[in-house]
Design a protein around this ligand. Structure first.
Ligand code: NAD
Ligand code: ZN
Length: 354
């Protein structure tokens, strides 16, 4: 078993182990004295894994119930949270009880937000089952929901008390979601870990997924420990995300997945910074090859000016500019704020004039 300690305001551990969901109760009992536990899961994941987690929790003396919602980002809404609260109330959940998020990032974000806010905060455990949630969203304590006007606009920082990662669950994850998670893995390699980037270039990611999870989560842990509340260094995790979010928006949040959009955003940005001599020559070609290898799009129908237009109102904007993460080379990045009036000049003026 691999263990990662996270020393945030409220410290916790991450365990990575094949088959760990069958022993979830044992590990959760070590950190929780709760009487009751609610397993929150979606309509795809619950039928496959909820029984195993529930049985294990029961063996460790937890009284359990399962709250299931219909799978999909469309359900990441306050209306689902409200139903969750009702379930908690009906099952007599108190401040010392526990929420267990079993599923992908949508499940983790919502269960975490409900845990952060119900009775002003109760403990929760993350059992992420998608690659994206295993390498990214289950760690770091960002929880929340979407509003009709934008993604993740309502939320809270609320750290889990434990994260249990079972790589075996990826066997049932549809391939397109595996590749989606690879978008974030490529990001980690780009910003902090050249060796990780080279390994996913040379090997098949599915064959080395334990190492991929461990290396990715380690980077996220390091960054989050330094900047839990996202006021500085944590911004590097947004590499590819400014253009990525713009691409998602332009595609009306369908047709292109988040991971694909992030990876494509990283490619487009790196082509520009390479052209400007900021990034080592050949870097964007390597990113392009990786996107092809993991079946992600390398082109978009939208022009750079349309993408820039769509970055307006980005959550990463502050004052009168936007922070971009640029690569020096694979594995090394830095934060660069570009003010609104410099934006047009910076990004290839010829394209912007139209
Ligand atoms: N909190 C954070 O720091 C953070 C970071 C990145 C992303 N996110 C959020 O995460 C969400 C995306 O996460 P996601 O891609 O995991 O989405 P998701 O939870 O919708 O999961 C993707 C799909 O895979 C299915 N699934 C998950 N695990 C499965 C398994 N083992 N077997 C079969 N099917 C499985 C789900 O039912 C769903 O249909 C977004 O809402 C995003 O905003 C949050
Ligand atoms: Zn992301």
């Amino acid at each position: 078993m691999k263990t990662i300690d996270v020393r945030t305001g409220r410290p916790y551990q991450i365990y990575i182990e094949h088959g760990i969901i069958h022993h979830a109760g044992t590990y959760i009992r070590m950190v929780s004295a709760a009487v009751r536990a609610v397993i929150v899961s979606d309509s795809n994941v619950a039928p496959i894994y909820a029984d195993a987690v529930e049985n294990s929790l029961n063996e460790s003396g937890f009284e359990t119930s399962v709250f299931t919602f219909e799978a999909g980002e469309e359900r990441k809404r306050l209306s689902t949270i409200e139903k969750m609260y009702e379930h908690f109330y009906e099952h007599n959940i108190t401040r010392t009880d526990l929420i267990v998020a079993l599923g992908g990032g949508v499940t983790g974000d919502m269960a975490g937000f409900a845990a952060a806010s119900y009775l002003r905060g109760i403990d929760f455990v993350q059992i992420p089952t998608s690659l994206l949630s295993q390498v990214d969203s289950s760690v770091g304590g960002k929880t929340g929901v979407d509003l009709p006007t934008g993604k993740n606009l309502v939320g809270a920082f609320w750290q889990p008390i434990l994260v249990l990662i079972d790589p075996d669950t990826l066997q049932t994850l549809p391939k397109k979601f595996f590749n989606d998670g690879m978008g974030e893995v490529i990001k980690y390699g780009c910003i902090r870990n050249r060796n990780l980037f080279e390994r996913i270039e040379q090997e098949n990611a599915a064959d080395i997924v334990d190492d991929i999870i461990f290396e990715s989560v380690s980077i996220k842990r390091d960054v989050v420990e330094h900047d839990e509340r996202d006021t500085g260094e944590r911004a590097i995790l947004n590499f590819g995300h400014t253009f990525g979010h713009a691409l998602e928006k332009l595609n009306h949040y369908s047709g292109i997945t988040h991971g694909e959009a992030v990876a494509l955003g990283a490619l487009i940005l790196t082509e520009i910074t390479e052209e400007k001599g900021i990034t080592e020559k050949g870097t964007s070609q390597r990113i392009r090859s990786l996107l092809k290898k993991y079946d992600m799009p390398t082109e978009t129908e939208f022009s750079l000016s349309e993408i820039l237009q769509a970055t307006r109102g980005d959550k990463k904007s502050s004052g009168n500019g936007l922070s971009f993460i640029f690569l020096r080379e694979i594995g090394t990045c830095f934060i660069n704020k570009i003010s609104t009036d410099k934006m047009k000049d910076f990004f290839t003026p010829s394209d912007i004039t139209g």
